[in-house]
Design a protein around this ligand. Structure first.
Ligand code: AMP
Ligand code: GLY
Length: 426
């Protein structure tokens, strides 16, 4: 079967690697892809915002399944356009992608279906939002309703900070995404992510992971897209997984079906593990980046078969098979990320890292400049290692990192610290 994979990040390189293991794959196209995906399949310079052009490409190339990596094309309705043209897609419709595209929609869905999440109110009026803040006090969390590239959330420790966030959002820093805000209670606990594959009716547990959002060691500095991850997340015990499925995932799938917007694709459940049990922080409608780079190398199942089954409403009844080993991913970013990254610096010896057994390098913002590989964006490379424990995977991942020669880049040196501390205690 021929597959078209949409996206260009480390997540998409990891998905491409996993799809390439399927005996059913005959040809893999990636739009637009990156220098790493070019080694696994064929990059194509399609404009994915032009839904008709994507559909035409699929028709001309006999594409059996389209897999969409990032949220943007899903929220923009790429799935609807392709399915309208008779093409199978593993990814939600525009209506189902509201689970990521509108925080207010998700909060109302939680309220209507008794799904555990932080108490909240929605506002489209600045004065009312400010009055509510003053009545509630700090700490409190302010969120822009729509997509804001991960920057639309302010966990405010003081009332002043919360008021500034509300004013900024209504002044239009996020454009239409901030025309409405959600204000919610701050949840306390450990964060973890849990991923499920969905086929519109059923959800199959995939894996858990933990991300590191802050740019600096010790979880300090500004938020990023994610500086590293590991899987599984030891905090997500089998009991917690069962509660998340029963209390969050299953009621959500039922509610979406009842709304006429059945959800298929990857559901990414962002959780706070509170003393009262797991609570939903947010949904995403896709794999995480870099969570996918840590989870997919553990997969011992056929991703193509699973995604195809998800696309046609026929996920298997059996659990998905994973290696019992852990995996840990370190993100290498260009200097100055998450500010304006310094691009163009040369990266050498990537192959020395990938030559180490159980080390996998995936590309994100790399670029070819003649024979040279150079930095082309913020997050540039991911080094993943597998190991019996997270501690072992981490040592091996940093061996991989140290094999790469890239003075223009940096990484966090403490990825996995929470899990490593937990393993040291055990
Ligand atoms: P989101 O974009 O909704 O995932 O929010 C980004 C980050 O903000 C999350 O990963 C959490 O660290 C934090 N966050 C969001 N909502 C809450 C909440 N209600 N309580 C505490 N932290 C939160
Ligand atoms: N790493 C977080 C995300 O993909 O949203």
């Amino acid at each position: 079967m021929k597959i078209l994979l949409v996206g260009s990040g480390g997540r998409e390189h990891a998905i491409a690697d996993a799809l390439a293991k399927s005996p059913r794959l005959t040809r893999l196209f990636i739009a637009p892809g990156n220098p790493g995906t070019a080694e696994v399949g064929e990059n194509v310079g399609l404009d994915v915002a032009d839904h008709r052009a994507v559909a035409r490409f699929c028709g001309e190339n006999d594409i059996g399944l389209v897999v969409v990596g990032p949220e943007q094309p899903l929220v923009a309705g790429l799935t609807d356009a392709l399915e309208g043209a008779g093409i199978k897609v593993f990814g939600p419709s525009k209506a189902a992608a509201r689970l990521e595209g509108s925080k207010g929609f998700v909060k109302d869905l939680c309220r209507a279906n008794d799904i555990p999440t932080a108490a909240y109110e929605r506002f489209d009026d600045e004065e009312k939002a400010l009055a509510y803040l003053r009545a509630e006090g700090a700490p409190i969390v302010v969120k822009a309703d729509g997509l804001a590239a991960g920057k639309g959330v302010v966990v405010a420790e003081t009332l002043d900070e919360a008021e500034r966030a509300v004013k900024a959002m209504f002044s239009g820093v996020f454009g239409k995404s901030g025309a409405e805000v959600v204000i919610e209670k701050k949840l306390v606990g450990e964060e973890a992510s849990f991923f499920v594959l969905c086929d519109g009716t059923r959800a199959l547990p995939f894996a858990s992971a933990q991300d590191h959002k802050r740019v600096g060691d010790g979880d300090v500095g500004p938020n990023t897209g994610g500086m590293g991850a590991y899987s599984p997340a030891p905090a997500v015990t089998p009991e917690i997984e069962a509660r998340v499925m029963a209390e969050i995932v299953e009621p959500t799938l039922r509610a979406m079906r009842d709304l006429g917007a059945p959800f298929k694709g990857v559901l990414f459940v962002g959780l706070m593990l509170t003393k009262d049990g797991p609570k939903l922080i947010e949904f995403n409608v896709r794999f995480g980046d870099p969570e996918a780079q840590a989870m997919l190398p553990r997969l011992e199942d056929d991703l193509l078969e699973l995604m195809l089954a998800g696309a046609v409403g026929a996920l298997p009844e059996r659990p998905i098979r994973f290696s019992p080993r852990a995996a840990l991913t370190v993100v290498l970013a260009a200097r100055n990320y998450p500010g304006t990254p310094l691009t163009g610096s040369e990266i050498r010896h990537v192959e020395r890292a990938s030559a180490i057994a159980d080390v996998i390098v995936t590309h994100a913002g790399t670029r070819r400049d003649g024979a040279r590989l150079v930095a082309g964006g913020g997050r540039v490379l991911n080094v993943t290692a597998l190991g019996e424990t997270i501690t072992k995977a981490r040592s091996l991942a940093y061996r991989g990192v140290d094999a790469i020669d890239w003075p223009g880049g940096f990484c966090r040196r403490d990825i996995g610290w929470r899990a490593v501390a937990r393993e040291a205690k055990a």
